[in-house]
Design a protein around this ligand. Structure first.
Ligand code: UPG
Length: 411
């Protein structure tokens, strides 16, 4: 069974950097299913980090070869794959761009875990080297190729640091009025100031300046998507065959909060709320992630337009309320544990997401029974869970304690 969408106006060649990851894989399938020609570049670093951490996706993800064969069997569409480390191997990246001549490049190829980025000096330096070089290499290669490629980057709401002092976070830019030396008042538009909460989030803040510079200097067309915390596992396409299943991270470094809570409840582990749980965050379902990227690809900026910034999120929730919701749904027990992170104990968060809504996004919300769907996945693969990997052990400073519950819940 395929789910062909025949409404494609313009078929594009799209390179997906990081197309093996949690967001990159379902995005690649979604765009391929729409009829676009998709090429994946990935160095399989996420799988190597799993080896390093001795952790695994709860869902049994298949090798890249098996995934691509399965997709061709299911959809009739071929996705080409290059194993390249784009942060280290600029010449290879440029060679593939010159050979494939893509209309668009989607850039997911960054180390995306805040806790992983804070584990040690080695992990901080890896995250900065990897993420900053990857982004800069892509921008340089686009300029050197002399092709008019639209770059779509997966950024994060986390660059704002979540302390918005009553301001509704705009889509990238802030109108400010400043006083000149002569006392005149001038209007300016600036990037909304960043206040990253981890080394990982800091690299995404730096990415913003790289985009602004190459956009100004070389007219590179860039869309930067400031995404919220993703929840859910599968999309329409990854559900088509078990070999296409998406990854589900639950470990203390890579598991994102809502998926962790659902998994913890499913395996009888306490729901680990960091601190008092007053942290409010922005969320989006993985199905909406792939749809938003489609919308970004279909609405590229013009050659002389400044960097387009979208807030890619659909709702905000505080961590404690999410824990209560999951607990009510599943009967799981909540544990308030030490917060291993340095973050505000409580914050308000108001975010504008008008751009995606204006382009037709119909958001999937937590109330739509989808939580149950994820719980089902977590239950189905509960036998694969390693409870020792659940607690968040990476602390932001030496003085902090890991987020370990005092006892495991009764199974
Ligand atoms: N948290 C808990 N208990 C847990 C895990 C997390 O209370 O067991 C809290 C955590 O302290 C934080 C919040 O939940 O306040 C969110 O944490 P998490 O879901 O890990 O999100 P981020 O660290 O913000 O990172 C995720 C992705 C990142 C992306 C970002 C978007 O890993 O790639 O940029 O979400 O906001």
């Amino acid at each position: 069974m395929t789910i062909k969408n025949n409404h494609l106006n313009v078929k594009k060649k799209i390179i997906v950097l990081g197309g093996d990851g949690f967001c990159g894989w379902p995005t690649s399938l979604h765009l391929s299913n729409l009829g676009h020609e998709v090429v994946i570049i990935d160095n399989l670093s996420r799988r190597n980090i799993d080896n390093e951490l001795e952790a695994e996706s709860l869902t049994p993800i298949q090798s890249m070869g098996t995934r691509l064969t399965a997709w061709e069997e299911v959809s009739g569409n071929k996705i080409d794959f290059y194993n390249i480390d784009i942060a280290m191997n600029y010449d290879e990246l440029l060679r593939v761009i010159n050979k494939e001549k893509p209309d668009a490049i989607i850039h997911f190829a960054e180390q995306r875990s805040a806790p992983y980025s804070m584990k040690s000096s080695k992990h901080k330096r890896y995250t900065v080297n990897n993420n900053s070089n990857a982004t800069h290499n892509v921008l340089c290669a686009i300029v050197e190729s002399e092709l008019d490629i639209h770059l779509v980057h997966l950024g994060t709401m986390g660059v704002y640091g979540y302390g918005t002092a009553g301001v509704k976070i705009p889509e990238g830019y802030l109108d400010v009025e400043v006083k000149t030396e002569t006392g005149d008042r001038v209007q300016q538009q600036i990037l909304y100031p960043t206040n990253p909460g981890s080394v990982y989030h800091m690299t995404k803040s730096q990415d913003q300046l790289l985009f602004q510079y190459y956009n100004k200097n070389d007219n590179v067309r860039v869309t930067d998507l400031h995404q919220g915390i993703v929840w859910g596992t599968n999309t329409m396409e990854t559900k088509l065959d078990e070999r296409l299943i998406n990854r589900f991270d639950y470990d203390g470094d890579y598991g994102t909060v809502l998926n962790r809570f659902l998994m913890q409840a499913a395996v009888g582990y306490p729901i680990t709320v960091h601190g008092s749980g007053g942290q409010t965050r922005a969320f989006i379902h993985i199905q909406d992630t792939v749809r938003c990227i489609q919308i970004a690809i279909e609405n590229p900026p013009t050659r002389n337009e400044k960097v387009k910034i979208f807030n890619q999120m659909t709702e905000t929730h505080c961590v404690k309320d999410l824990a209560k919701l999951v607990s009510e749904l599943t009967g799981g027990e909540i544990a308030y544990v030490d917060n291993p992170r340095k973050e505000a104990a409580k914050n308000e968060l108001h975010v504008k997401n008008d751009l995606f809504l204006s382009k037709g996004l119909e958001p999937i919300t937590l109330n739509e029974g989808l939580l149950q769907e994820v719980t089902k996945i977590a239950k189905q693969y509960a036998h694969r869970a390693d409870h020792a990997k659940i607690p968040a052990k990476s602390t932001w400073t030496k003085e902090q304690k890991p987020g370990i519950p005092t006892k495991e819940a009764d199974p």
